[in-house]
Design a binder for this molecule. Structure first.
Ligand SMILES: CN(C)c1ccccc1CNc1ccc(C(N)=O)cn1
Length: 251
């Protein structure tokens, strides 16, 4: 087993939450292929008191508990001692930088990521100040912990690591990578309950198929995510396709 392309250390109070998603699907294959190493580290193992507590009451009063700094600092010491300074130390939190495909691509270039999964009302601010390099949010909603966001980030990043997905990624990556929504997919049978596959896809005419797919991506992006269209890197051909689409809409 060669050197893994990427090491992900996940600091969590609930390592058992990860076994399902990480023992199935592409993450499992990526781990078996030695392309990624995922270590689940239980924060509670780094509590330095007899009751193994990892939270405490908030200074300044208020309801709820705050995740203490010590276990996380101790866990980071342990990670550094074993593997040196991580490339990124990511705190999953609602106030973080919105996670998207671009951020996933950026993280996929790192050799070593640490993900911190918080709980309770939040985490002692000294963790964000002195340990964390990136705060990331997977969306504008509040969850009970950072574990589900961590799984989302690991999934999106792992599939971008060369060799994890095999050859099929290219087509899919192309459309999304340049910011457009994907085109519709079909498989056997060519007619099902009277519902037919678009003729062009049965024609074997590769250029027509490529154009049809690109047109579908542009149409779908125009219809449901015009904001993405504004940012997408469009070719001259794309603009011609869009112009003809807009003509059709007007006529
Ligand atoms: C308990 N909370 C509010 C909290 C507060 C601070 C850090 C972590 C957490 C854990 N919860 C999270 C984490 C991430 C996201 C997200 N949108 O990525 C939503 N919730």
């Amino acid at each position: 087993m060669g050197e893994p392309k990427m090491v992900v250390d996940i600091l969590t109070l609930f390592p058992e939450m990860f076994t399902g998603p990480f023992d199935a699907s592409i993450i499992k294959r990526a781990r078996e292929k030695g392309l990624v190493e995922i270590n689940l580290i239980n924060i509670r193992d780094f509590s330095r008191n007899k009751h193994r507590t990892v939270d405490d009451t908030p200074y300044g009063g208020g309801a709820g508990m705050v995740m203490a700094a010590e276990p996380l600092f101790e866990a980071m010491d342990w990670i550094r001692a074993r593997r040196g300074e991580p490339g990124r130390v990511i705190l999953l939190c609602p106030a973080g930088r919105p996670f998207n495909q671009e951020v996933a691509a950026e993280l996929a270039r790192e050799k070593h990521l640490v993900l911190i999964c918080g709980h309770y009302e939040g985490i002692d601010e000294r963790v964000a100040e002195h340990l964390v390099t990136d705060e990331i949010s997977i969306g504008d909603y509040v969850l009970t912990g950072g574990e589900l966001p961590a799984m989302v980030v690991v999934d999106a990043v792992c599939r971008l690591i060369p060799g994890v997905l095999g050859e099929r990624a290219s087509a899919q990556e192309e459309s999304f990578a340049d910011g457009l929504l994907e085109y519709p997919h079909y498989t056997r049978p060519r007619e099902y309950r009277g519902y037919r596959v678009p003729e062009v896809l049965l024609s074997g005419h590769h250029e027509k198929i490529r154009l049809w797919r690109r047109r579908q991506s542009l149409l779908r992006t125009l219809a449901s995510r015009p904001d993405l269209l504004a940012r997408a890197s469009l070719t001259g051909e794309d603009r011609k396709i869009l112009a003809s689409v807009l003509e059709e809409i007007k006529s």
